[in-house]
Design a protein around this ligand. Structure first.
Ligand SMILES: Nc1ncnc2c1ncn2[C@@H]1O[C@H](COP(=O)(O)OP(=O)(O)OP(=O)(O)O)[C@@H](O)[C@H]1O
Length: 246
């Protein structure tokens, strides 16, 4: 039997504005994202990828439909409970790293635990620190680290609480190819070796090829998927979908 999904959206719609200004960002989306897997979400600009991720993560509320995160329906939680759910169950990685400049790398990594009044699980923290390969830089501030190193610290911060899901929105969008490979390799190992669950929005076929499964979006809907992707396979599928959805 398949394990229950880490996160599941059912008939999710998100509508912004009304009348002439109405935008249907999500159009009856149903997706299940399995635990301990790496899922990539791709699609043209404006197709609804970020909106989906924000609704799945509880950063935004859908107009209609439901989100189940680790078995809890988050779409109907009060604001306070939704905030607590985000803090306890979800990790985020953004394109712009978003580290706190006055804290060291280590202080940034454990910040989510400090905010929740929790202590690090030492064995897990060690695995994370070894995973990002920055043990010798833990006392450095973000300004003393390269972009790729900062993003690996941001990934470690997202994972340190052992969340149900880590959501990464274009995590390699600001990085060169070498730094991207370091970040993506770490996210991949966090799934394979630490049993974590990663969902990543990306525009880059080489980045999507690190995932177990790629979901393609267009006009607020899932229009295709690819399992065990290669960069060439992702590109071919993108070209094919561009033709059929044009
Ligand atoms: N707060 C908002 N108010 C009004 N419209 C919005 C808002 N946020 C997003 N949209 C619209 O919803 C649609 C989907 O946006 P979304 O950011 O989810 O797309 P995306 O696929 O992530 O795009 P990109 O790849 O450019 O980041 C777009 O048409 C966008 O203009």
């Amino acid at each position: 039997m398949n394990p229950p999904p880490a996160v599941q959206a059912t008939d999710l719609s998100k509508v912004y504005g009304s009348g002439d200004a109405k935008v249907v960002a999500l159009d009856h989306v149903t997706v299940q994202l399995p635990p301990q897997r790496f899922t990539a979400i791709m699609g043209p600009s404006g197709s609804g990828k970020s909106t989906l991720m924000h609704c799945l993560a509880g950063l935004d509320r859908p107009t209609t439909g439901t989100v189940l995160l680790g078995g809890t329906e988050t779409s109907s939680l009060s604001d306070a409970k939704l905030t607590a759910s985000r803090r306890d169950r979800v990790g985020f990685v953004f394109q712009a790293f978003n580290l706190l400049p006055t804290l060291t790398a280590w202080e940034n990594i454990v910040l989510p635990l400090d905010l929740a009044g929790r202590r690090p699980d030492q064995a897990f923290a060690d695995a994370i620190i070894d995973g990002i390969g920055l043990r010798h830089r833990l006392g450095h501030r973000p300004s003393q680290l390269s972009g790729g190193q900062q993003q690996r610290v941001a990934c470690a911060r997202a994972l340190i609480t052992q969340p149900e899901v880590v959501f990464a929105d274009e995590p390699t969008g600001a990085l060169d190819s070498r730094s991207s490979a370091d970040v993506l390799g770490f996210l991949r190992r966090s799934v394979d070796e630490l049993g974590q669950t990663v969902v990543m929005v990306t525009h880059e076929p080489t980045a999507a090829a690190y995932a177990d499964r790629v979901l393609y979006f267009a006009d607020g809907r899932v229009v295709g998927e690819l399992t065990e992707p290669t960069a060439d396979g992702v590109l071919d599928q993108m070209k094919h979908l561009e033709k059929v959805t044009a």
